[in-house]
Design a protein around this ligand. Structure first.
Ligand SMILES: [Zn+2]
Length: 109
């Protein structure tokens, strides 16, 4: 087994260069007989599985029942200023700046 330092490098005194099957040379310990380079390891390993939630994002936005794209978390809760102060619809009598009168959210004049 190759002796490795903490940084993952082999101490120069006990290392040699060994060729992989593809021809790439890799620095290994003097006790190593055969080596597979990182490129070949990548080719051998299966591609990573794509998690379901990423697959869903790639296939497009999530749709509502009526076919419209569903708002992402937080997007649908934006405060839209109505021109009325907060809690105006709970007041028994509210007179708006334009002169209209309201009673508990219903226009009375
Ligand atoms: Zn190789």
């Amino acid at each position: 087994m190759a002796t490795m330092t903490k940084k993952g490098t082999i101490t120069p005194s006990s290392s040699k260069w060994l060729a992989c099957e593809c021809g790439d040379e890799v620095e290994v310990s003097t006790t190593t007989a055969r080596v597979t380079c990182p490129n070949c390891v990548n080719k051998m390993a299966a591609p990573p599985e794509v998690p379901a939630y990423i697959e869903r994002e790639r296939s497009g936005p999530t749709l509502n029942k009526d076919g419209t794209p569903r708002a992402k978390r937080g997007e649908g809760k934006k405060y839209v200023p109505s021109g009325f102060p907060r809690g105006w619809h709970k007041k028994a009598e509210y007179v708006h700046v334009d002169g209209s009168k309201w009673c508990r959210g219903k226009k009375v004049g």
